[in-house]
Design a protein around this ligand. Structure first.
Ligand SMILES: [Zn+2]
Length: 186
């Protein structure tokens, strides 16, 4: 049995719970925090950029946008941002995960391993967080977000929020880190 979005909303909107924020060591905020009211379902599902490959900026990427590529995949460095290294992996063809051809899907696992190893080879990286949300753009894109070694407060899912809170990594440091990743990718 599933709920319609309206049933889901009706059941939850008045009984939201405040989680134990004070126990969340990775939560970036403190002080008095109030919950936002839950908004009802919209009339329709949200649209994503590049639907059907039309005006898709990922399909339009050039060699200048990429730090690495092979026949089917491309890697872009985002930044500098707050975290030391943030990369995006995309297929060159316009696919989402459910439309990714089988021959590309089998490449994905080994490639993710290879990218994680390359990021860690940059040095002083504690963990690499890998994420796929796909809410903004239709073209499949995987996030690789590296946090500094021993910075435990930047662990887990709030790392993406910390990325916006921390001041950007100095440009020269960031470029050197990206160069190390590219060198490690071979
Ligand atoms: Zn595309």
């Amino acid at each position: 049995m599933t709920e319609t979005p309206e049933e889901f909303y009706a059941r939850t909107k008045d009984v939201l719970r405040m989680p134990p924020l004070e126990d969340w060591e990775t939560f970036p905020f403190e002080g008095e925090i109030r919950l936002r009211g839950l908004q009802p379902p919209a009339e329709d599902e949200k649209r994503r950029f590049g639907e059907g490959g039309i005006d898709c900026h990922v399909c339009g990427k050039s060699a200048d946008d990429r730090i690495w590529e092979d026949e089917h995949w491309q890697l872009t460095a985002v930044g500098p941002t707050g975290l030391p290294i943030v990369l995006i992996l995309e297929p060159k063809g316009h696919y989402d995960i459910e439309t990714l051809p089988a021959e590309l899907a089998v490449e994905l696992g080994p490639l993710m391993q290879r990218i994680e190893r390359a990021i860690r080879a940059a040095g002083d990286i504690g963990r690499v967080h890998i994420g796929r949300w796909g809410e903004g753009g239709e073209h499949l894109h995987w996030w690789f977000m590296a946090r500094p070694a021993r910075m435990r407060q930047l662990s887990d899912s709030f790392a993406a929020i910390w990325d916006d809170i921390l001041p950007p990594v100095p440009e020269d440091v960031w470029r050197a880190s990206v160069a190390k990743v590219v060198a490690a990718l071979g």
